[in-house]
Write a protein that binds this ligand. Sequence first.
Ligand SMILES: [Zn+2]
Length: 411
Amino acid sequence: MITNQNLINRFIRYVGIDTQSNEESAEQPTTSKQRDLAGLLYSELCEMGVQAVYDEEHCYVYAKLPGEEPAIGFVAHMDTSPAASGCGVTPHIVENYPGGNIVLREAAPGADAILLRPSDFPELRNHVGEDLIVTNGTTLLGSDDKSGISEIMNLFEYYTTHPEQKHRTICAAFTPDEEVGRGTENFDIEQFGAREAYTVDGGGLGELEYECFNAAAAKIEITGRSVHPGDAKNTMLNAILIGMEFNALLPANERPEYTEGYEGFYHLSEVKGGVDSAKLKYIIRDHDSEKFTARKEFMKAAAALINTRYRLAAGGDVLSISIRDQYYNMAIHLKDHMELITRAKEALQTLGIEPVVSPIRGGTDGAALTYMGIPCPNLCTGGYNFHGRFEYASVQELEKCAELLILLAAA
Ligand SMILES: [Zn+2]
């Protein structure tokens, strides 16, 4: 049974707006349709009497409700993942989920039914008896991160309609382009106002995260020498094969598909080229900063070995490597702000929820904000199976997460 109808109505309203971001774009926002949601949030905040600022150019919305100091901040992102369509999201609610398969779309002539099955997603079995919001099987849901947005908007609604309840100054920011790694590119720290914050961008109820990867991107460029295959002896240098040799030097078991928990990896994400030239793109990830550095050194050493191997034949380097750091594990900076974690744990326990602290195998806006001087761990939202057609959210968990924010903002 839905007990906070306004919260669920918000959620349904926000996921209906397509805000998919685009990694190919150099602009911010990477898609102008993200402004459709930003504009709506801005006007809803103004209607509630919350101080709101809309940076329409870069598509950020900031909100503030004055209370007791120090201020507490909350951050959620407006965009959805480029990995699945966010166009025409038509959620429906499975009330009092009895267990078993959920039909997202009925079978039609020439098309099989689309099912959300516990055999594929065993986690579903933990939600029997709850009301689940699911997709129609053709788009993502957008619970990532519109559940976070709904919960923050609900927080403002709660304290503006309960003026007798004491609270801290509440600052919020809604960001664009988080899913393409650019959520804090034009983030205005002064406008935001809080010196400590939480991203509301996690998964299932109870999850609390403050460790993420250290991250870098590596680009390998190989110069080969293309000649007619019939006359190639001692002359041809095949750039693609040199690239494969380079890749073979990396530890074969340190790939995303073989790692979990705190295990880092090298991930070959793109190969382009021919005999004459080739490019390889990698991402490098590790929670541990020493191991992260070692991984980058390892790649450089592999590059040097390949160059040594081909130096005589090529008369110089065949391969160049450039490595760019992307973000860092926020844990190092959060260790001086562990009260943020303690308070979140206590608030969860007050609500009868057991906190589950786990390392993020990715990054968040919070990691970047932490390095910008605003310690920012990540809170749960009540959503599951992000970035795909089988994404769903639990009504009861959305409601609990909304209560969590109210508790954290209380004075
Ligand atoms: Zn997210």
